[in-house]
Design a protein around this ligand. Structure first.
Ligand code: G6Q
Length: 544
């Protein structure tokens, strides 16, 4: 596979790199009064002002040429139509089919995908309505009031993030999310709950994930102990456990009634699965109608991505800016800074989406990449971050491009605080872009060594994403925006954004270490001297 670095479009960007590195946003804005307008695009209900990035007309058109040369559109069509673009696992990549309307049609590998998706959504809705209305009773006749989603990675981060984002839409049921195999996570969750009123959702695509199965087994014991023998073991599990999985055999073996299993398909990757049955906790929390709106939001962005020209296509624009910074200006990290408490888990969610998808160094054809790939993604909600790590973003030696995300109309406005929040958001973007010169500092009466300390270099790039309102629909749009951004970057880098071989090795080694920690007699250890010593220390120190 010829590397993207050999294309004339890449070479052109390499030539433009010094201009980008030396670009002054003050000068660019002064020279082109319409810059903000020129570099603002809309897709679905999201506005992106990308004018405060280190680009000029030449750089921008060279970036768009790179997207065109990388055949982003063709690869997107291959994905949307169900071709097996996940070549290392020989799978289609069809999370976009999860949000197709019921009257759409898509047949993949001989299967009517839309019919399957809507059949599952229908079953999920009926059960969600029954639980929400109280018609569904627990084994002892109580109404279910608490939902505990047991899952990890893609089977946790999405539902948890969206549950927080849409807290305002939640009605009576309270959801909890247990992911960590650390028993403390389950313990701290269950200690507040009454088994008679608790429903567990075992969310696991494979239904073999060590952490999830360990937590599911503990939850089952807790439930059976708590309900007592009268409830009956089978009734208790049937009334208090559901499975969100693709593994019917594993689910049945665990003791969950297949009637209470909501399936999905191998063409849904874990980190792309919040809009599948893995979102059941959300549907329970916000109801089937709002969940349908959530899916419609994804679909809005899918349609935008498929139809908008490259230079006005939100995911493409964000992907190209990321490539510019990662590959040409050598910025290693990218911050996501939502100015919305509801989006507090969005950075963590994107860490998985982006880093697990594009943290790769092998191309689709198995050869090593000749360029950098996915950046380190990190972030926290503003304004909290301002009082912590923003110092480095403003004046540190590393440049950190950032996505600033704001919501124009608040769900709750107390004492005009929303305007204060938004003022901070706009002020940060302004300060990062334009800084404060030494002359300006001196003009404010500062002199001597303090001048340098109080000078801000500016030219710290940001994207400003504004959402009119945080609703199920716009949250769906936001997620799909980033999914497609990651897809475009993966396409340009020539990597498979849909596998995750990098997480396998640790799992495999852990399986071997478990018996070495628990064996009664000291086992013979043949790891390296460090791992051997750690295991020995643990065995000596661990109280049982
Ligand atoms: C996501 C990854 C990974 C996965 C978890 C849970 O893309 O594959 O995070 O979601 O390992 O897997 P299960 O859903 O199979 O338990």
């Amino acid at each position: 596979m010829s590397d993207v670095t050999n294309t004339s479009e890449w070479q052109r960007l390499a030539e433009l790199t010094p201009a980008g590195a030396g670009l002054s946003l003050r000068a660019e804005f002064a020279a082109v009064p319409s810059r903000a307008e020129q570099f603002t695009v809309r897709g679905a209900d999201i506005m992106l002002d990308f004018s405060k990035n280190l680009i000029n007309d030449d750089i921008w058109s060279a970036l768009v040429d790179l997207a065109a040369a990388s055949k982003v559109g063709e690869r997107a069509s291959a994905m949307f139509s169900g071709e097996h673009i996940n070549t290392t696992e020989d799978r289609a990549v069809l999370h976009t089919a999860l949000r197709l309307p019921a009257d759409a049609s898509l047949t993949v590998d001989g299967q009517d995908v839309v019919a399957d998706v809507h059949e599952t959504l229908g079953r999920m809705s009926r059960v969600a309505d029954a639980v929400r209305s109280g018609a569904w009773k627990g084994a002892t006749g109580s109404q279910i009031r608490h939902i505990v989603n047991i899952g990890i990675g893609g089977s946790d981060l999405g539902p948890l993030m969206v549950y927080r984002a849409l807290s305002d839409y939640r009605e009576d049921l309270t959801c909890h999310f247990v992911s960590n195999v650390d028993p403390t996570h389950m313990h701290e969750t269950l200690r507040q709950l009454d088994p008679a009123e608790t429903m567990f959702l075992v969310a696991s695509k494979t239904f073999t994930t060590q952490e999830t199965m360990a937590n599911a087994n503990s939850a089952r014991s807790w439930l059976l102990d708590g309900l007592g023998a009268d409830a009956g073991r089978e009734t208790a599990v049937a009334k208090h456990f559901m499975a969100l999985s693709t593994n019917l055999e594993g689910v049945t073996e665990f003791g969950i009634d297949p009637e209470n299993m909501f399936g999905f398909w191998d063409w849904v990757g874990g980190r792309y699965s919040v809009d599948s049955a893995i979102g059941m906790s959300l549907m329970l929390a916000i109801g089937p109608d709002e969940f349908a709106d959530f899916l419609a939001g994804f679909h809005d962005m899918d349609e935008h991505f498929r139809s908008a020209p490259l230079e006005q296509n939100l995911p493409v624009v964000m992907a190209l800016l990321g490539i510019w910074y990662r590959n040409f200006l050598d910025f290693e990290t990218h911050a996501v800074l939502p100015y919305s408490q509801y989006l507090e888990r969005f950075p963590a969610y994107l860490q998985q989406l982006d880093m697990e998808s594009n943290g790769k160094s092998t191309k689709l054809d198995g050869t090593p990449v000749d360029h950098e790939t996915g950046p380190i993604i990190w972030g926290e909600p503003g304004t909290n971050g301002q009082h912590a790590f923003y110092q480095l973003i403003h004046q540190g030696t590393s440049v950190v491009p950032a996505d600033l995300i704001g919501v124009v109309n608040p769900a709750n406005d107390v004492g005009g605080q929303h305007d204060l929040l938004m003022a901070n958001l706009f002020a940060q973007a302004e300060a990062l872009a334009f800084g404060k010169t030494g002359e300006e500092v001196e003009a404010a009466g500062i002199s001597g060594v303090l001048v340098n300390h109080k000078t801000f270099g500016g030219n710290r790039p940001t994207n400003m994403l504004l959402v009119d309102e945080l609703t199920p629909r716009t949250v769906g749009q936001l997620i799909a925006l980033y999914e497609h951004k990651v897809f475009v970057q993966g396409t340009i880098w020539g990597v498979n954004s849909f596998d995750q071989w990098g997480v396998e090795l640790g799992k495999e080694l852990a399986r071997g270490i478990v018996p070495e920690l628990t064996a009664d007699d000291a086992p013979e250890l043949d790891h390296d001297s460090s791992t051997n010593a750690l295991i020995t220390h643990y065995r000596h120190t661990r109280r049982r």
